[in-house]
Design a protein around this ligand. Sequence first.
Ligand code: EPU
Length: 339
Amino acid sequence: MNIQSDVSLQLLHTLRLKSQARALCTVSGTAELRTALAWARAEGLPPAVLGEGSNVVLPEYWETLVILQRIPGIEVLSQDGKSVRLRVGAGENWHAFVAWALGQGYFGLENLALIPGTVGAAPIQNIGAYGVEVASFVESVHGLVTVDAAEVTLSTADCQFGYRNSVFKGALRDEVIITAVDLRLSKQPSSQTGYPSLQAHLESAGIDSATPEQVFNAVMDIRRSKLPDPAVQPNAGSFFKNPVLDTAGANALRERFPDIPCYEQSDGSVKVAAAWLIDQCGWRGHRVRGVGVHSEHALVLVNDGGDSAQELLRLADAIAADVAAKFDIDLAIEPRVYL
Ligand code: EPU
């Protein structure tokens, strides 16, 4: 196994911050992953997994063995007339997998088109967009236990999925390294078009009952018009979670701010658009010391050439302080911060 020392991570994560790892290796199978974990243990270095690095804020110097997760493969486990069960390697690119599935006539993931990152990262934050979350399709998650490389399989219930949350961000954070994800997709086309901006986009294109392909294309159009391409303008997607309030809290807020975009949840709680809160505080488009707030979407912080994680987090703190002062709401940072 090729283990490199003192490697720059700047081009290995989408925020492109200045960051250097003590050691780095690439794994393309579970045997290699075991070897990497054994090496880290022998060296007394904690291991840390990086997929495509699209949801992380990295430190300037990282005393760790960075394991680049590149386990490939898409396997059909079983199928009938209605659905198909797939096992997908954790290192597969998420969007390429979504596009492949649609091409095969395996439906359900269209709303999750163009989300940056790997398949293995998808369950960790339970990626979600335009009214759909990956949790609805995950049957089980396979991995190795970090401490002894034992194989483990978690059911959907074990994963404890929630909004931008799972057991991999909680009790099993750093405890399990995901190697593959099993998903069940439908062979019968049906489209989820209820999310307001998706509905509006389809309506404006004169599309009445959208096919999965039309949803896939519409989601890509919307994302391209609002969200910066990390390959062009470094970012980690939404930098904050949308706050979830109880009904009383949401009603009180709606009375003070009637225009606030809110999404009723099935459990009675109400999700509030953090982008709107930040926008109302005047932060959209703001730039400071090489970092900033995207000019088309206030929830996305961008690295504008400053390269400093500290500056980015200082900006996030200032934004959160303004939102707390104006709306009495605490914003929670969404990407994993390793500082
Ligand atoms: N809005 C503003 N100002 C802005 C941007 C948006 O007022 O600068 C308003 C919009 O007008 C809209 C509302 O905020 O009424 C919500 O905006 P949007 O539909 O873009 O969704 P979001 O809640 O900001 C969430 C996810 C995104 C996902 C979209 C679409 C989170 C933290 N973010 O954003 O996910 O693509 O919904 O479903 O839940 C990500 O996690 O990285 C991500 C991009």
